[in-house]
Design a protein around this ligand. Structure first.
Ligand code: 3PG
Ligand code: MG
Length: 403
């Protein structure tokens, strides 16, 4: 079934529309470190405003566990949105409390009201259906329609994502529509060669996606902290590198399965090893099977893929027609260990076909390394959501929109 899109909602002039956004941006000391998700929400809100609607924008930020916590306030997000959007933006200091109630009553067409963090109320993420329904009913009070545009959260069955969308006429916003469109091209009628690049620290976060993609891809490139679990499973010594020993069997099964299917799982042949986890750590590049032969012996920890591997990964990426990348290749936040991630990002900008950066964190990583959004085919705003999409899991936030 196709997603219901905004047109389904008809003429929204003079109507009040609740927009579920994903404003879950990285904050450093209260300052927005990457505003990508806020910028991605602008087209939908602007379209609704230009169509004569009044917009109530809601989102979570972080995981405040059902209690108000100023470290997770959306106040800075509302200010940033006001700079990006051509409309007056106000902010309510609570979500369904007295301030929100008063400001909702005063809201007029062409204006945007941002409510405080949804997750300051425990009912937003409650596992009890009736509690979520109760909270959703408060969110949609006086609302004519809901537009769901927080792609990063469509894998969550939460009050604002699921129950609220069931309570009033609802449809996907422009971001959710665009994201699902691109991700669908990674699962059906995919142009080949199809390469998937996975990084990040944990294999356990990527098991589902590896399992589901193995039969569909031509090459799977593995970097980031998770690569050391692969090396260790193959019997290599990895010093003090990250390792999930309880995943050895699974990883070996993937390697065997890939071989059987003729899928290339490419592991780095060289890695950057440091004497400790710090930006000013001493470090050297060694062969992936000689990690403990570095000057740091068994204390050495791998923090990036090496230059030979990065160049090899880059050539495989550039010769592909379809590429999906999730997870940094190394500790890119520390300059000495950012080269692998930078090389992969650069290669992705050169794909003659569809190159997708998947994930809130990976997206923030490429921007922090100086790449602009427009250099990539698509940058997904959803990390967990895009992975679960590619795993073929049912996504409650899309199903409720007719998917
Ligand atoms: C994300 O950052 O992936 C989304 O905003 C969802 O956040 P969550 O993982 O806390 O539900
Ligand atoms: Mg996240």
């Amino acid at each position: 079934m196709p997603l219901r899109t905004i047109d389904f909602l008809g003429d929204l002039s003079g109507k009040t529309v609740l927009v579920r956004c994903d404003f879950n941006v990285p904050l450093a000391d209260g300052v927005i470190a990457d505003d990508g998700r806020i910028r991605s929400s602008v087209p939908t809100i602007q379209r609704l405003i230009d169509g004569g609607a009044a917009v109530i924008a809601v989102s979570h930020l972080g995981r405040p566990d059902g209690v108000p916590d100023e470290r997770y306030s959306l106040v800075a997000v509302a200010s940033r949105l006001a700079e990006l959007i051509d409309a007056p933006v106000s902010f309510a200091s609570d979500t369904v409390g007295p301030d929100a109630t008063e400001q909702r009553a005063q809201l007029v067409a062409g204006h945007v009201l941002v409510l405080e963090n949804l997750r300051f109320d425990p009912r937003e993420t409650s596992t009890v259906d009736s509690e979520r329904a109760e909270f959703a009913a408060l969110l949609v009070q006086g609302v004519d329609a809901l537009v769901s545009d927080g792609f990063g959260v469509v894998h969550r069955k939460q009050a604002s994502v699921y129950e609220a969308a069931n309570a009033v006429p609802s449809a996907a916003g422009l971001l959710v529509a665009a994201e699902t469109d691109v991700l669908r091209r990674l699962t059906t009628d995919t142009q080949r060669p199809y390469t998937v690049v996975l990084g990040g620290s944990k294999v356990s976060d990527k098991l589902g996606v590896i399992e589901h993609l193995l039969p569909r891809v031509d090459r799977l490139l593995i970097g980031g902290g998770m690569l050391f679990t692969f090396l260790a499973a193959q019997g290599k010594s990895i010093g003090a590198s990250l390792c999930e020993a309880d995943k050895f069997d699974t990883v070996l099964r993937y390697l065997a399965e890939a071989e059987k299917r003729g899928v290339e799982i490419v592991l780095p042949t060289d890695v950057v090893v440091a004497d400790r986890f710090a930006a000013d750590a001493e470090h050297v590049t060694v062969a992936a099977d000689a990690i403990e032969e570095s000057p740091y012996g068994s204390a050495g920890m791998g923090l990036d893929i090496g230059p030979v591997s990065a160049a090899h990964f880059a050539s495989l990426i550039e010769s592909s027609k379809t590429v999906f990348w999730n997870g940094p290749m190394g500790v890119f936040e520390m300059e000495p260990f950012a080269a692998g991630t930078r090389t992969i990002a650069e290669a992705l900008t050169k794909v003659d076909g569809l190159g997708v950066v998947g994930g809130g964190d990976s997206a923030a990583a490429v921007r922090s390394l100086g790449f602009s959004d427009s250099s990539f085919g698509h940058i997904s705003t959803g990390g967990g959501a895009s992975l679960e999409f590619l795993e073929g899991k049912p996504l409650p936030g899309l199903e409720v929109l007719g998917w």
